[in-house]
Design a protein around this ligand. Structure first.
Ligand code: AMP
Length: 279
């Protein structure tokens, strides 16, 4: 595995692979890698001859400067975790190389970015869409792997790839969870021991609401009970907890085959998100 920071070096390497007829996968990450990220790497490795993992803490997707400053940066540990997995390149560019002076372009995916996380994090999905577009074009990968943990992000990426005719297949991979149900996340590292013990309540309450809604129970009542349970468990705030269509992200008021529950909630100054399918 070679760590590359320079785009020209990356492009030469990818060109050589292509000339040898090899397929290329990319797994974009912001580092602080955990088993969830590594499951994407394993899927990429199984699908393509060559695998690039990108590591870039994208300043444009942080609407809160404190959140950006506190985001864990653990490149040496990340590289050590990736080393045994047989990937080819860790692409870790500097921010000044991704956004050089004079950078003015923004990729906006309308509508899909206005709801859920987008409604609470102004500019976040523009930042995500812009950097993912760049990473797909920089790597020239055939297949890109993303986690369902960030479901809204995955829908936005599928849309931009189609709309901009980027020649890449987007693959979504299931959310990896800790044994107690908490979705793995780089942000979990920032939880105190006590909050880490409380955090699984988010997924538990969502799973319980899903059972009620699946059985044709009242959606508003189920969501309200789940909110209550999350707050009672020690979360400071439930930012949103909603039932929506998995592809269009339109709100739903009853169970449907495409229905998904989405939530974001704050605990100990850390914002956690989760989503689960209803069926
Ligand atoms: P991040 O570094 O948080 O931007 O995540 C990089 C990629 O890993 C994204 O496609 C995420 O959706 C994915 N990912 C993050 N957490 C998980 C998880 N628990 N299970 C599966 N994929 C995940």
């Amino acid at each position: 595995m070679r760590t590359i920071r320079d785009l020209a070096v990356l492009r030469t390497r990818v060109r050589d692979w292509r000339e040898a007829g090899e397929s290329v996968a990319v797994v974009p990450t912001m580092g602080a890698l955990h088993e969830g990220h590594l499951s994407l790497v394993a899927a990429a490795k199984a699908a393509c001859d060559r695998v690039i993992v990108t590591l870039f803490v994208n300043p444009k997707q942080f609407n809160n400067p404190q959140d950006l400053a506190r985001y864990p940066r653990t490149e040496a540990t990340d590289a050590a975790l990736l080393q045994p997995l047989g990937i080819d390149v860790l692409f870790a560019p500097e921010a000044s190389a991704v956004y050089p002076e004079g950078f003015l372009t923004k990729v906006t995916v309308a509508h899909l970015q206005d709801v859920l996380c987008g409604a609470h994090r102004p500019g976040h999905f523009d930042g995500v869409a812009t950097v993912v577009t760049k990473l797909l074009l920089m790597t020239g990968a055939d297949i890109a792997f993303f986690g369902e943990k960030d479901w809204q992000q995955l829908q936005i990426i599928r849309r931009l790839v189609e709309d901009l005719n980027i020649p890449v297949d987007v693959v979504g991979c299931p959310t990896l969870r800790e044994k107690d149900g908490l979705a793995m996340s780089s942000r979990n590292q920032r939880l105190s021991k006590a909050d880490r013990a409380r955090a699984p309540a988010l997924h538990a309450a969502m799973a319980e609401a899903a059972v009620v809604i699946r059985a044709a129970g009242d959606v508003a009542a189920a969501l309200s009970a789940a909110r209550g349970a999350i707050l009672k468990a020690g979360f400071a705030e439930v930012e949103y907890l909603e039932l929506r269509h998995s592809a269009t992200l339109e709100p739903l008021d009853r169970a449907a085959p495409e229905a998904r529950l989405f939530a974001a909630a704050w605990i100990g100054g850390v914002r956690l998100i989760d989503n689960i399918a209803l069926f």
